[in-house]
Write a protein that binds this ligand. Structure first.
Ligand code: FE
Length: 175
């Protein structure tokens, strides 16, 4: 095929190497895992499944799973959050809408909220991209704790070590 023909062929792959410094892509075949050990527990009813722990830009992409009548503690977001509900239903105590299965949610910087799962929902799973930090606060905004991509990585390492997957199981999700 001539170069001119190749240039017009939509099925012709890109022909050059990627930038030398570019990071590897991440492909997670079973994003909703069959192996229960992959869920990292945070409380009795809340756990998360890492997908991309982006330490170089300070965000994390994960599945949040909350089981029956669980609560994700009140927290403030200084940066935006994107969410897509894969299963179940939840709401924030601070808003009057409900995020249903199939919903997309954008949480703007400055949000402080408390995520609750109704009694009639056995389990909800939502994919969240969280940027920067989640600052856990009391009802008047006083900080009582925080999470960032580094505390997430630490939680994963400790859990994967404890369940026999090995602390380095988390490395595949870190960029
Ligand atoms: Fe949040």
């Amino acid at each position: 095929m001539s170069d001119a023909n190749a240039a017009n062929d939509p099925m012709m792959p890109y022909q050059l190497p990627f930038p030398k410094e570019a990071l590897d892509e991440i492909v997670v075949p079973k994003a909703v895992p069959e192996d229960e050990r992959i869920w990292v527990p945070q409380t009795q009813s809340v756990s998360f499944r890492p997908l991309c722990l982006n330490r170089s830009q300070g965000y994390w992409m994960n599945l949040l799973r909350v089981r029956k009548a669980g609560v994700l503690s009140r927290h403030r977001h200084p940066q935006g959050v994107h969410g897509f509900v894969l299963k179940g239903r939840w709401r924030y105590l601070e808003h009057d809408w409900t995020a249903e299965e199939g919903s997309y949610v954008y949480e703007p910087p400055g949000e402080t909220h408390t995520l609750v799962v109704p009694d009639d929902v056995e389990e909800m799973i939502t994919m969240f991209q969280v940027n920067g930090v989640m600052s856990y606060v009391d009802p008047w905004g006083k900080p009582v704790g925080y999470e960032d991509v580094f505390t997430k990585i630490d939680l994963c390492r400790a859990h994967y070590e404890a369940v026999g997957l090995g602390a380095d199981y988390v490395d595949q999700f870190i960029r």
